[in-house]
Design a protein around this ligand. Structure first.
Ligand SMILES: C[S@@+](CC[C@H](N)C(=O)[O-])C[C@H]1O[C@@H](n2cnc3c(N)ncnc32)[C@H](O)[C@@H]1O
Length: 425
């Protein structure tokens, strides 16, 4: 199950009714997934070719672009993850810039926007079967994650992939990643990389079967599934627009070289998030080395050192006082220093709107109003609060854990996500 995609289907206030109800707090209930008729589902087209943790649903971005931009305006996501912002921006004719620490951003995006390739799939599969190339990841834990038996097969398929220079490379990469995950001791049903009981059973069954035949069958099916999704995306008539991607960068250290009209993003969560760890199996097979991956992990929010900033929010201090344990306070401080600092700084190059999607979080059962702290702080940097849209969620599955590793306490389910819209004064 994918996070951010399980929403209550029931009755909700219309946007106007929502505004009437709560005009003084500028809060509007809105079910984004039902607000954009032209995008038929949250998993439509290339919006879901790969399970990236905490992915935006496309309707959130579509809503913002339709309401707050005109075609040709430039939008920017400094924590772009899967790259949903770019895929949606093409549909509405917006230029875009995207950054993320995770190098997967670039890999996924290239596939998501590719033109329909002219490749004979039968020939492609035969070429992989007959390939003499080999590729083994530079990964000391390779044998922990893959049964010995599968390694020659995987190494042949990835060796073939790494020898490609044409459109077959883009066509193959995501199907190969998805099937490789299936052939690992990892549980491909969840984002987090871990050996579950299900995964152990899966491998035992595979080893008893014609697993080589299964590997190529699955790969072929995944390729056809991708082709269908590329076809679906084309129905939305995406345009060729100017864009710029920077993957593998630390957004806390980067600057925009060009002004943008609107920033839309969902920064990492306050609770434990390990995007690099969740995707490292993919990164190793793509050819990234152990040292590089370790470096990336060290830069992930919120478990890294961040220089203290002056926070312009009373609520920040009020909630901080309620956190008694030192290590949780450190986590809280680092998180806010990072996200408030980055938005204040990057916001200097944003001409009109900043739209920040935030999941409310708890530390030791204290709900932290992250969205209100962000609004209070950014008011000191020339931003006014336009509105906060509140989207409801049921049954969120984040990293398949009900215990928050930061606190050791069971997490209560997050019920809403908030899209804060700020306008330049
Ligand atoms: C909530 S996710 C964004 C998901 C995205 N909205 C999507 O549609 O996939 C947060 C992202 O922040 C990234 N991130 C974490 N620390 C970062 C840093 N220091 N610099 C840049 N990106 C970072 C993670 O890799 C992750 O992709």
């Amino acid at each position: 199950m994918w996070p951010r995609e399980e929403y209550i289907q029931g009755e909700l206030l219309s946007e106007e009714e929502g505004l009437k109800e709560s005009c003084f707090s500028k809060r509007v209930d809105l079910l984004f997934r039902h607000a954009i008729p032209e995008i038929p589902s949250t998993t439509y087209g290339t919006f879901s070719i790969y399970k990236y943790p905490a992915k935006f649903i496309p309707q959130v971005i579509a809503y913002v672009l339709k309401k707050y931009t005109k075609p040709g305006m430039r939008v920017f996501d400094p924590f772009a993850g899967y790259g949903t912002v770019g895929i949606v921006a093409r549909v509405y004719g917006n230029e875009y810039e995207m950054w993320d620490l995770n190098p997967l951003l670039e890999v996924i995006h290239e596939v998501a926007i590719m033109k329909m390739p002219k490749v004979d799939i039968d020939v492609l599969i035969k070429d992989i079967r007959n390939s003499k190339n080999e590729f083994y990841p530079r990964w000391s834990n390779l044998n922990y994650w893959f049964p010995q038996e599968f390694l020659p097969l995987l190494s042949k398929a990835w060796g073939f992939f790494h020898s490609l220079k044409d459109e077959r490379r883009s066509l193959l990469v995501i199907p190969l990643i998805n099937v490789t995950r299936y052939f690992s001791w990892g549980d491909e049903k969840v984002h987090k990389l871990y050996k579950s009981k299900y995964a152990k059973r899966k491998i035992e069954e595979l080893l008893k079967s014609d697993w080589e035949g299964k590997f190529y069958d699955m790969l072929e099916k995944e390729i056809w599934r991708l082709l269908r999704k590329i076809g679906e995306y084309k129905v939305l008539k995406p345009r060729d627009v100017k864009y710029h991607i920077r993957a593998g960068v630390d957004s806390l250290e980067e600057n925009l070289t060009q002004e943008v009209d609107l920033l839309i993003t969902s920064p990492p969560y306050l609770q434990a998030q390990e995007y690099i760890r969740s995707t490292k199996l993919e990164l190793f097979w793509l050819g990234y080395g152990e040292d590089y991956i370790k470096e990336l992990t060290k830069k992930e929010l919120p478990y890294r050192d961040v220089a203290e900033i002056k926070v312009h929010s009373e609520k920040f201090y009020k909630y901080r006082e309620q956190i008694k344990e030192k290590h949780l306070r450190v986590l809280y401080d680092r998180y806010f220093y990072a996200i408030l600092g980055v938005f204040a700084r990057l916001g200097e190059k944003v001409r009109e709107y900043m739209c920040i999607f935030l999941g409310p979080a708890k530390i030791r059962n204290v709900s932290i109003p992250i969205d209100e702290i962000v609004v209070e702080h950014l008011k000191s940097f020339g931003w006014t609060h336009e509105v906060t849209y509140i989207d409801r969620i049921v049954g969120r599955v984040m990293f398949e854990t009900s215990i928050n590793p930061a606190s050791g306490v069971e997490d209560s389910r997050i019920k809403t996500e908030h899209l804060v819209v700020l306008k330049r004064e």
